[in-house]
Design a protein around this ligand. Sequence first.
Ligand code: MN
Length: 253
Amino acid sequence: MIDFHAHLDLYPDPQALVRRCVEMGVYVLSVTTTPSAYQGTRELALDAPRIRTALGLHPQVVGDRHPEMDLFEKLLPDVRYVGEVGLDGSVELRSTWELQGQVFNRILELCSQSGGRTLSIHSRRAARAVLDSIERNPGAGTPILHWFSGSMKDARRAIALDCWFSVGPAMLQSVKGRALVRLLPRTRILTESDGPFVQIAGRTISPWDVATTYIPLAEIWDTDIADVEHQLKINLRALASISAGRKTQTDRR
Ligand code: MN
């Protein structure tokens, strides 16, 4: 099982959750919302090789946390994964829109200068602006659009820009989400929970609940569940080999 976008540090008992993930063999991209959360979140997974921690600065907290860009810059040379980063065009965040753009573009620039990173990107109500930034920073690395909800036109553009996509149970429950997934190359799809911010059957989603995507994905891809699991595993392996090919500062020493 692969959960390529989960906020493990924001669950009530992160240690217990990590233990369950290890027992169940779940591969997790453990994203963070602030640079100051990175170190502690990484420490949760020191004994869990299938859990990778990403350095993030979430667009929803950029208004308060943008001074942490100094820390972001300091930590970036030694991380392979960046997220959650991106833009959020929701009405309630309008006052930070310009700042969000400056921060996201700076993050992509820094990623380029570091030789590229694997990025988990938020693009709610901001698909076009996110794609503009990705287009302007082709060396930033491999963008994975998490829970993409743009238009079909945006999706085609994202595919042309070599983006990957992480899709979760909530996205696959909506007609529009399924139509989008139908359009995406199946070799560039990973699953995600976005927990703990998603409810499933009246409770908080857990990383292993990504398994509920297999049936809808099998329907969309006109295949069986075993083939879906196989495809997702191949995709993860391909992405991991792209990520491993990028040198961090520690590798260079
Ligand atoms: Mn998230």
